[in-house]
Design a protein. Sequence first.
Length: 92
Amino acid sequence: VGTLVYLSFNSYKLLNAKEKLLQFMELCRVISGGNEAFSDFMNSDFEDKEDGIQYFTAILREMDYFIARNQSDFKYGLGKFPIATPSEFFAP
């Protein structure tokens, strides 16, 4: 959620970012991996800190898939589930 807020306000400077984020969050359920996801990430070869924590949180919460713009960032993943780009995920 922190990354989404940062991108919305700082990187993309979305108009009505607050309202859009509130609407988006009505559709989501925020999960946390806590200390275990953090520890798993710290003991992994992931180079990107946010990607690693999100990936291990998804494993701990037994997600069915992971959506990422750059699949190559997850070359250190454990192959627990497919990693799809947003285009692949939303393809008919």
